[in-house]
Design a protein around this ligand. Structure first.
Ligand code: BTN
Length: 255
């Protein structure tokens, strides 16, 4: 499936059979002079990285592993918004192509029936008042079966195929994500932050739910209320006070 011309994202698409991590590869290519918007795709990863230092299971022939190398023209204080923008783009593309009600869990997990089917790892270099580079790494469990999912994460992980019982095309999904990413990234560069946050909230399964948040130094249980302009999660604690969460692990509690 081909891409429309004139997109900033996907001007260069580099495809590998195997890499350690598409994020690391995309970073190398950017340093070698590839343009902002370069996309790296691989069939498998030997050292797939997840958030918070976790690893990302990356078998061959099943899933989508891609990274987009960017030089975003946005102030560092909106860095988190880049990841929110990316997850909005991916979720919108996923919904359009599969018709599955994929939801977002803050900040950037993609869930079906509260099980994770995709995630995003953004790695940035910030120098002074500029974001020098940002690598947005997207992992989506497309055609993994129950047997492919390790025992330890069976309760919390799933795939498009497990949900629907049929295979999906990684190629079509890649093209849909690139097109959608181009559109939302342009909005971000044009400072259309409210449009992005509104869409994020629409797609979010987090807002309005009771959540448990594991922070560096403590754990809190609260109701997720909204996202602010910088992409922080605003939660209301049981004593009526509010907190803004920048980083942490959020678990959705049963309604
Ligand atoms: C998460 O922990 O939720 C983020 C997972 C991100 C995985 C993707 S797969 C493609 C890219 N390359 C990596 O090494 N990680 C990201």
């Amino acid at each position: 499936k081909s891409l429309p011309s004139g997109l900033e994202i996907g001007k260069e698409i580099v495809i590998y059979n195997e890499v350690e991590s598409t994020n690391s590869k995309a970073n190398e290519l950017l340093k070698q002079g590839y343009p902002s918007g370069t996309v790296v795709v691989a069939d498998r990863q030997t050292k797939g990285k997840g958030r918070l230092g976790r690893k990302w299971i990356s078998p061959s022939g099943k899933n989508l592993y891609m990274s987009i190398a960017l030089k975003p023209d946005i102030p560092p204080k909106y860095a988190t918004l880049l990841t929110l923008t990316s997850v909005v783009a991916c979720t919108t593309a996923l919904r359009r192509y599969t018709d599955i009600p994929v939801m977002i869990k803050w900040p950037n997990d993609m869930l079906i029936d509260d099980k994770k089917i995709g995630g995003i790892l953004t790695e940035m270099k910030i120098e002074g008042e500029k974001i020098k580079s940002a690598i947005v790494g997207i992992g989506i469990n497309v055609n993994m079966t129950e047997e492919d999912i390790p025992e330890e994460i069976k309760e919390i992980a799933s795939s498009l195929k497990i949900y629907r019982g049929e295979d999906f095309s990684r190629e079509i999904l890649t093209v849909e994500i690139i097109k959608e990413f181009d559109k939302w990234y342009q909005l971000l560069e044009k400072r259309q932050r409210k449009t992005i946050i509104d869409r994020w909230m629409q797609l979010s399964g987090t807002i309005g739910r009771q959540v448990k948040i594991v922070l560096a130094d403590r754990e809190i249980v609260a109701t997720a209320e909204a996202i602010d302009e910088e992409g922080r999660l605003i939660v209301k604690l049981n004593d009526g006070t509010y907190e803004k969460i920048c980083a942490g692990d959020v678990t959705l509690l049963r309604a």
